[in-house]
Write a protein that binds this ligand. Structure first.
Ligand SMILES: Cc1ncc(COP(=O)(O)O)c(C=O)c1O
Length: 391
């Protein structure tokens, strides 16, 4: 069965993990710091904190940015649940802004409109979380301008866009956002099994995130209560706010460092597959391929194809079934978050609130795209997509 995404593990990855397993450290050993440094170098960040998964990274981002009950945090409905859930974890109020119909990322014009609507009611938006959906960076220049103009915090949920460039810059994520979070789940561009990071150029945010990753503990005596600062007790630690155990293990980080060495090649392979799909589906009235904006080099975590099911005599479910019969497991990314019963019940969202995301969801299917997909697999996908289109 060909699925929409899959990890690519070779002998060098296995050797890297086995080496750590034979050593003294399993949890927070030297491989964690090495991985953090590798991520720092690749993405041009001053600080990187590796954590147990991308959801933990989002949770820590909200805590470090001091989101509180009553704060309004805006994101896109076209994302995985975790992006919006981290706002709920903080007790803050989630709101959404629809996507741009071409880039499928949050529409920066609508973001500003929404901020102004809140302003007119005497309310201030605290933060925006942009999501580089499918590997296409958001309009970060516009979002940064808005963040500066209205004094908001800016977070990049960068899980889909490892290896993407924005204005020829691979370091764009920390350049524009105050905090950047990544996930290394197996379907992502590189994997640590479960795993994630928070990247930032702000040392205070990084220090706080590091404490919160380990229960809120500090062993830095300059942070101790005055009476303990000069005692030099080697066992001593303090906790000033509650944190979590969001640590990642040493052997996961060894895998991450080994995978990162191959990231450029992985992204190249994804781009080749995307190019093949683009060519195969161009000029077809029923199909819309993902658009590439100027100044963006897509890294294709996903290949979101839109099929006009209304014009086709098949429903999306029937289409999925037909593709599954020939061994192709399609996916959908995503059911817009505001359509989830939890968000409707607790925050009053309704069908129709974000029409661009909703119509995108009606049509979208995620085609298989990952480095180990063979050219035969890709042809099989194309042939079957076309065959079922012509019914
Ligand atoms: C956009 C986005 N944000 C957050 C996450 C959460 O990451 P993780 O699965 O590592 O917790 C994911 C992963 O699926 C994601 O796609």
């Amino acid at each position: 069965m060909i699925s929409y995404g899959k990890q690519s593990i070779d002998q060098s990855d296995i050797d890297a993990v086995v080496e750590v397993l034979k050593g003294d450290w399993l949890t927070q050993g030297p491989a964690v710091e090495t991985f953090e440094n590798d991520i720092k170098n690749y993405f041009g960040a001053k600080h990187v904190c590796a954590v147990s998964n991308g959801t933990a990274a989002l949770h820590l981002a909200g805590l470090a940015l001091d989101w509180q009950p009553g704060d309004i945090v805006i994101t896109t409905p076209l994302t995985f649940l975790a992006t919006a859930n981290c706002i709920v974890y903080a007790g803050a109020t989630p709101d959404f802004v629809d996507i741009d119909p071409v880039t499928y990322t949050i529409d920066s014009n609508l973001v500003e409109e929404k901020i102004k609507i809140y302003q007119s009611k005497g309310k201030k938006v605290k933060a925006i979380i942009g999501v580089d959906y499918a590997g296409h960076p958001c309009n970060w220049k516009a979002l940064r301008e808005i963040a500066d103009k209205y004094d908001l915090q800016l977070v990049n949920d960068n899980c889909h866009a490892l290896g993407a460039t924005y204005f020829d810059n691979k370091h764009y994520a920390v350049k524009y956002a105050d905090l950047v979070i990544q996930s290394y789940h197996p379907v992502k561009h590189l994997t640590t099994g479960e795993g994630g990071t928070v990247l930032t150029n702000n040392s205070e945010l990084d220090e706080r995130i590091r404490r919160l990753r380990t229960h809120g503990m500090t062993k830095d005596n300059s942070k101790f209560s005055i009476q303990h600062q000069s005692l030099n007790e080697p066992w001593y630690y303090e906790m000033h706010e509650v944190g979590y155990n969001y640590r990642i293990t040493d052997f996961q980080c060894a895998l991450g460092s080994s995978q990162l060495k191959k990231l450029d090649g992985f992204v190249e392979k994804r781009r080749e597959i995307a190019k093949y799909y683009d060519k195969a589906f161009e000029n077809n009235q029923l199909l819309t391929t993902p658009a590439k904006s100027d100044n963006v080099n897509y890294s294709y975590h996903l290949y979101p194809l839109q099929i006009d099911f209304e014009k086709l005599s098949l429903t999306k479910a029937q289409y999925f079934k037909k593709m599954k019969e020939v061994g192709i497991n399609l996916q959908v990314h995503y059911i817009p978050v505001h359509l989830q019963p939890f968000y409707q019940k607790n925050y009053g969202f309704n069908t129709g609130d974000f029409p661009v995301s909703e119509s995108f969801y009606m049509n979208e299917v995620s085609l298989p795209i990952y480095p180990d997909l063979t050219s035969d697999d890709v042809s099989l996908v194309v042939n079957n997509i076309m065959q079922n289109i012509s019914l």
